[in-house]
Unconditional design. Structure first.
Length: 389
């Protein structure tokens, strides 16, 4: 048995620290324990999902209990853990901003080193599918080992955000905007995610699936209890198993579809080495998909005609973001995060409200993802609604 191609699952009912710590020990046992991945004296980067400064109960970020438990096991192995991530592009890449986000997410009081290195450096990816070079966080490049700590969430652009997508957080703050602007197609964006994974491969992926997010993820969906922790040295296989456990077809996730096509993983979990104390069927829970993927849209034509009409098809048949004026406080997160710069703040009744330009939207849904107040919804077009009645 190749442990590097194994996925382990362990039930965990809630975020009580003692329970989470024991569950992490058990989920890592079939893989050789934490000592199989970190060595004494190493600096271990705990790459959490820190999309934005949100309270743990909102299930937007990796829960602090999971981060705490992972840190304890790293310390037991003789290594030095530190928490690291570059939040969403709406949050400036400054130490003061990081400190506020750490505090909001519940990380500031864990007694674990918090990364404050906002430097960045280049990494070459000679065999990259989409990108041959990236600028990534210096802190991750300097780490001796990366422990990836993603959260199970639906995602309006990628369908699923978990172990693979979590490594996009290696790209510093506003630099993320450029990738969305250049890689408007979900398949190409998914290929870029696999390139980043090749450039900065985690030694271990521990997935927080105790509570995840369904529907309008990764920040505006509903909290969903799954009650599971996953672990694997292989981020792609971890996500494949997660997709199986939450009832989604892995082939609908752009980066998993590409991984399947490249032979990086099978199309389903049949034949995989999965360690679970109980039958998998008893652990499965269906997550509501993001509304952007729930629709059955008409198949697009191919060739030259496709190139001519695809912008019109995209505009007419897909959902688009819309500001909920009663909720918008004019914080500007959507303005900073929009790769196409089509969002502005307008003066309304003595305050400011975001306005999304009608033309130029590429449906990356960054504004929806980065809004801390759930003030942006995804609106169906008239034809979209007719097709999906």
């Amino acid at each position: 048995m190749d442990k590097n191609k194994s996925v382990s699952i362990q039930p965990c009912a809630n975020y009580e620290r003692g329970l989470v710590l024991e569950s992490l020990r058990r989920v890592l046992e079939p893989l050789g324990g934490m000592g199989a991945f970190v060595k004494s004296g190493q600096r271990a980067a705990l790459k959490a999902n820190i999309l934005l400064g949100a309270a743990p109960e909102r299930a937007i970020t990796t829960h602090p209990s999971v981060v705490w438990a992972a840190a304890r096991l790293v310390e037991e192995a003789g290594a030095k853990p530190f928490i690291v991530d570059s939040p969403g592009s709406a949050i400036p890449n400054r130490v003061s901003s990081l400190r506020r986000v750490y505090k909001s997410c519940g990380f500031a009081d864990l007694g674990i080193e918090l990364n404050e290195d906002v430097g960045q450096g280049a990494i070459s990816i000679p065999k990259g599918r989409i990108v041959k070079r990236i600028e990534s966080m210096s802190a991750l490049q300097k780490a001796d080992v990366i422990i990836n700590l993603p959260k199970v969430k639906m995602h309006s652009f990628m369908f699923l955000t978990c172990a693979v997508k979590n490594m996009f957080g290696a790209i510093p703050a506003l630099l993320k905007v450029g990738y969305h602007s250049k890689l408007k197609d979900a398949k190409r964006f998914g290929g870029m995610l696999l390139d980043i994974l090749d450039a900065l491969p985690p030694a271990l992926n521990i997935v927080d699936g105790i509570e995840g997010m369904e529907g309008e993820g990764p920040s505006s969906g509903d909290v969903k209890n799954l009650g599971l922790i996953f672990a694997s040295p292989d981020a792609v296989l971890a996500d494949l198993v997660v997709s199986e456990m939450i009832g989604i077809d892995a082939r609908r996730v752009p980066y998993l579809a590409l991984a399947i096509a490249e032979g990086l993983c099978p199309a389903n979990v049949a034949g995989l080495q999965i360690h679970s104390p109980v039958p998998l069927e008893s652990l499965k829970k269906t997550f509501a998909p993001p509304p952007t993927f729930a629709a059955q849209l008409p198949k697009a034509p191919h060739g030259t005609l496709m190139k001519m009409i695809s912008p019109m098809v995209n505009y007419v048949f897909t959902m688009r973001p819309e500001v909920i004026k009663k909720k918008c406080i004019g914080c500007g997160a959507c303005v900073r995060g929009c790769p196409e710069k089509i969002i502005s703040l307008q003066n309304v009744d003595g305050g400011k409200i975001a306005r999304i330009g009608r033309m130029g939207c590429i449906r990356c849904f960054c504004c929806h993802e980065l809004c801390p107040h759930k003030a942006i919804r995804l609106r169906k077009s008239f034809l979209y609604s007719i097709i999906n009645k």
